[in-house]
Design a protein around this ligand. Structure first.
Ligand code: KG4
Ligand code: ZN
Length: 336
């Protein structure tokens, strides 16, 4: 299909986990980014895949309509429809994929299949300051913990990742053990701000190279809770959260320092839901000053799952003529 790169308007849809989101981008400028978070999972203490796909099905038409009305763009002006192909939950991905395929078919415009992890990295190009290539990006979310070497917008190499849990999972599972509910990251973050990070020592994993591991610290928290009992835990909640969070943050920034030295790159970026963590942002800023890094942290709305980042990635793909055809299907596992 011939395409024109002079006036590019893309509708993007994100539905990989528990956020239904739609964004419109015009010539690389974000016009709107609508996100509907699914609250249904809170009572279950984690994302229930079947409930997530049902909620996407229920919300997607409303979210897309809102994206049209807020951006002032109508269907006839669209150059392409983009969607998250993976990684993510199959049932959730299917909702966004089917919606995008039908719409592209109906409007007879190209379809763009975006990798969610690549999009988290490209969220840095939505607003200034934008990093220059090459740069390193630590992607920290509920499903992933990676250090990515970003050579160009669409050329990325994973230098290291987690051998077990993602750091977001380490936050969420700890919060569940501590009786703080779901999602755990923001709750631990808030409590940690009032506690002493050195009150209780938790072990930092010593994995080789740029590999992360978070299952050991999670297990040590479980033993800590079993040893001290509920009353002690409740009376020392802020200190426990601060100490546990401190251990996770140290693990993240030590590996990032190692990657920066190894690859001689001092443009450092962070992306994904855990990038919203205030303790991590502070520790990174301090490290950046010491190591003379140029640090890039996206605006909060572009850290957690959102279609804005999918739209940004799709804009780069459009420029390179990277389109999908109607046979495309979701990929729950989809490496960068
Ligand atoms: O990127 P994201 O929205 O979804 C995935 O692709 O997984 O990340 C969600 C993760 C959850 O584990 C959540 O607890 C964590 O990001 N998170 C945080 C904070 N806000 C969200 N973790 C620590 N501190 C926060 N403030
Ligand atoms: Zn994500």
């Amino acid at each position: 299909m011939p395409f024109n790169t002079e006036n590019i308007t893309i509708l993007a849809i994100e539905s990989s986990c528990d956020e239904t989101s739609a964004a419109v981008i015009k010539n690389g400028k974000m016009l709107t980014n609508i996100v509907a978070s699914q609250l249904i999972h809170e009572v279950h203490g984690g994302v229930v895949p079947e409930l997530a796909s049902r909620a996407h099905q229920k919300d997607i038409v409303r979210v897309v309509s809102e994206a049209f009305s807020e951006s002032g763009i109508n269907k006839a002006e669209l150059s392409a429809i983009a969607f998250t192909r993976g990684p993510g939950l199959l049932g959730s991905l299917l909702v966004g994929t089917s919606f995008a395929k039908s719409m592209a078919l109906g409007l007879n415009i190209p379809l763009i299949d975006v990798n969610h992890m690549q999009a988290h990295v490209l969220a840095h190009f939505i607003e200034a300051p934008r990093p220059k290539f090459p740069f390193l990006c630590q992607t920290v979310s509920g499903g992933h913990t990676q250090i990515v070497l970003v050579k160009s917008a669409l050329e990325m190499e994973v230098l290291g990742e987690t051998a077990d849990d993602a750091v977001g999972e380490a936050f969420d599972k700890a919060a569940k053990m501590l009786g703080l509910g779901y999602p755990g990251g923001p709750r631990i973050d808030a409590l940690a701000a009032e506690g002493n990070p050195e009150a209780f020592p938790f072990p930092i994993s010593e994995m080789p190279d740029l590999t992360f591991s978070f299952s050991g610290v999670k297990t040590s928290l479980l033993y800590f809770i079993q040893k001290h009992g509920e009353e002690f835990v409740n009376n020392n909640m802020a200190d426990i959260c601060a100490s546990y969070q401190h251990t996770l943050i140290l693990t993240l920034i030590r590996k990032l320092k190692k990657a920066s030295k190894l690859h001689k790159i001092n443009q450092i970026a962070i992306a994904g839901g855990v990038a919203a963590n205030k303790g991590l942002r502070k520790a990174l800023s301090e490290m950046a000053e010491k190591q003379r890094w140029e640090l890039f942290i996206p605006e909060f709305q572009y850290c957690t799952d959102n279609a804005g980042m999918i739209a940004m990635a799709a804009h780069f793909m459009f420029l390179e003529g990277k389109f999908a055809d109607q046979k495309v299907s979701p990929m729950p596992r989809f490496s960068i």
